[in-house]
Design a protein around this ligand. Structure first.
Ligand code: ARG
Length: 216
């Protein structure tokens, strides 16, 4: 009976659950990434040498080592520490910690892209540093930060494929399952690449739309 089932009936659910896990990984990773990334951006912009050093070391170290290595480090590191993290939690955490370094740079450069004159003008009008940041600098920085964060979300969806190595059943992991079960390695890859493409292309289209509206 199995021979008469269509490809979709036999393997569709692998692609479906893989896609859902891939999206879930990306969403959790971006939430962790933007939260920690904001903190590291503020550290990098701090007037304290020590805080700046911490921000710089984190960002350079994370961006200078492969996500593949980081994923294994979080997965096995959690075991060494006696933490009972699931593969999904380890994977999402590794991706979030990785993304934080990239987000920190996005936020730092967004804030620095706002002309210094804005800070000086607001300060001379009697705004405190904090108020200037919140009411003058950030609203302008958001215009460059938001689109870049959208691109980061797209990157994170694609980079999530690396997380298959620690056994998270995301799209790339389920693809290998189908490759094994069907004794056919190529077709599943075509399907998977199309799924990734539909995800990333529709997100970047949606972002372009939001960007256009923001600039009006
Ligand atoms: N391919 C890179 C690596 O192996 C990961 C880059 C992650 N990029 C990102 N924007 N979060 O390290």
């Amino acid at each position: 009976a199995n021979e008469n089932k269509s490809y979709w009936d036999k393997y569709g659910h692998y692609f479906l659950s893989g896609t859902l896990i891939t999206l879930a990984l990306a969403v959790v990773a971006v939430l962790i990434g933007t939260t920690l990334g904001t903190i590291f951006a503020l550290l990098k912009l701090s007037s304290s040498f020590l805080l700046r050093a911490i921000g710089n070391i984190y960002v350079e170290y994370v961006r200078g080592t492969p996500l593949l290595v980081q994923a294994f480090m979080v997965f096995f590191g959690a075991q060494v520490l006696g933490l009972n993290l699931s593969a999904f939690a380890s994977g999402a955490l590794a991706m979030g910690l990785n993304s934080a370094a990239y987000v920190a740079e996005i936020i730092r450069s967004g804030i620095e892209s706002v002309d210094d004159g804005q800070m000086e003008a607001a300060r001379s009008l009697g705004f405190t540093k904090n108020k200037t940041m919140r009411l003058v600098i950030l609203p302008q920085a958001v215009r460059t930060i938001l689109p870049a964060l959208g691109n980061e979300f797209v990157s994170v969806i694609k980079e999530g494929s690396v997380i298959s190595v620690i056994g998270v059943g995301e799209l790339m992991y389920e693809t290998s399952v189908v490759q094994g079960a069907s004794f056919e390695p190529f077709v599943p890859l075509i399907i998977t690449s199309l799924i990734y493409f539909v995800l990333t292309f529709s997100i970047s289209r949606a972002l372009g739309f939001v960007e256009k509206r923001m600039n009006r």
